[in-house]
Design a protein around this ligand. Structure first.
Ligand SMILES: Nc1ncnc2c1ncn2[C@@H]1O[C@H](COP(=O)(O)OP(=O)(O)OP(=O)(O)O)[C@@H](O)[C@H]1O
Ligand SMILES: [Mg+2]
Length: 265
C-alpha cells in the first residue's frame, strides 16, 4: 500500500510545491518509488517537472471521470492545468464529491499498467486554499504535511490547516494522521523566523519537523530552470535531504532507503 501524503497550507507561497517536488527528487534518488499528483489548477508542480502544458489526460480528466488515474500518470506525475478549476466546479455538485480522488487513486489493475497503488509514496500538491480540492487530498491521504512560511501569522495559518485535517479525519477519513509541520522559507537570522519556529514548537511540539528549510533566492532560479535544488545548490538541497529522512523515519519501514539517502548528503 502506498503511503499517501497531502501537502497543504491555507496560505499561498509557503513552499508546498517546492516541497513536493524536492521530496520526490530525494525519495526517488534513494530508490523509493514515488508518484506526485498536481492538485492545483495553477499547475506549478507540472511546470517544475517540465510536463508539456498540453499533455493529456490530466487530474481534471480523472476527477471528472473521463479518464482512469493509470492513464493520467506521465513519467510518475499526474499533472494539472487550468482545466482543473472547471473540474472542481463540476465536482461541487456531485454526490461523494469529497471521495473522488480517493476512489480514483485506489483503482485496480486493468491492463497490466502501473496504477497509483503500485508506488511506495504518493505526494499530493494542494492549492493554496482549504476548499474541495484540498479536502479531496485529505480524504485520499493517510498523512498530512502542513507547510508554513517563517513569518508573523505562521501559527494562525497552521492552526487553520490543522482544523481542516481534523474535520477530514472526523467526518471522512479516520485513517488520516498528521505527518508533521514544516517551517519553510526561514531565515533564522531574523526575529520573525525565530519567533515563528518558537510559536510552532510551543503549540505543536514534536509534530514540528526538526528540519527547517532555509530561504534562498536560489529556489526561484532552480524553479525557473526546472532543475532540482538538489543539483542546482546541493549546499541548500541538504535541507530537503534531511527533511526526506525525517519523513521516511516517520513513515517507518524505509530503513534501506534512509541509508541510501544518507549517502547522497
Ligand atoms: N526555501 C525557499 N526559499 C526561498 N524561496 C523559496 C523556497 N521554497 C520555495 N521558494 C519560492 O517561493 C515561491 C513559492 O514557492 P512554491 O510555489 O513552492 O509555494 P506554494 O506554497 O506551492 O505556492 P502556492 O500556494 O501558490 O501553490 C516560488 O517562487 C519558489 O521558487
Ligand atoms: Mg503550489
Amino acid at each position: 500500500m502506498a503511503h499517501t501524503i497531502a501537502v497543504l497550507s491555507q496560505k499561498g507561497g509557503t513552499g508546498k510545491t517546492t516541497a513536493v517536488r524536492t521530496l520526490a527528487d530525494a525519495f526517488r534518488r534513494s530508490g523509493v518509488r514515488t508518484l506526485v499528483v498536481d492538485l492545483d489548477p495553477q499547475g506549478n508542480l507540472s511546470d517544475y517537472f517540465d510536463v508539456p502544458p498540453d499533455v493529456e489526460p490530466t487530474i481534471a480528466d480523472v476527477l471528472s471521470g473521463r479518464s482512469r488515474a493509470a492513464e493520467a500518470i506521465h513519467a510518475d506525475i499526474i499533472p494539472a492545468n487550468l482545466s482543473l478549476a472547471e473540474a472542481e466546479l463540476m465536482l461541487g455538485g456531485k454526490m461523494g464529491r469529497e471521495l473522488t480522488l480517493r476512489r480514483a487513486l485506489a483503482e485496480a489493475h486493468e491492463n497490466g499498467e502501473v496504477v497509483p497503488e503500485d508506488y511506495e509514496v504518493i505526494l499530493i500538491d494542494c492549492p493554496p486554499s482549504l476548499g474541495l480540492l484540498t479536502v479531496n487530498a485529505l480524504v485520499a491521504a493517510d498523512r498530512a504535511l502542513i507547510t508554513a512560511e517563517a513569518q508573523y501569522f505562521a501559527l494562525q495559518g497552521v492552526e487553520q490547516a490543522m482544523e481542516v485535517v481534523e474535520l477530514a479525519r472526523e467526518s471522512l477519513n479516520p485513517e488520516l494522521a498528521l505527518l508533521g509541520v514544516l517551517l519553510n522559507l526561514a531565515d533564522m537570522r531574523t526575529v520573525h523566523s525565530r519567533e515563528a519556529l518558537a510559536s510552532l514548537k510551543e503549540r505543536f511540539g514534536q509534530q514540528v519537523f526538526d528540519t527547517v528549510v532555509r530561504s534562498s533566492i536560489a529556489y526561484a532560479e532552480s524553479a525557473e530552470r526546472a532543475r532540482s535544488i538538489l543539483d542546482h545548490r546541493p549546499d541548500l538541497g541538504v535541507d530537503y535531504l534531511e527533511l526526506a529522512d525525517e519523513v521516511l523515519a516517520r513513515l517507518a519501514d524505509f530503513g534501506e532507503a534512509r541509508q541510501r539517502l544518507a549517502r547522497l548528503a
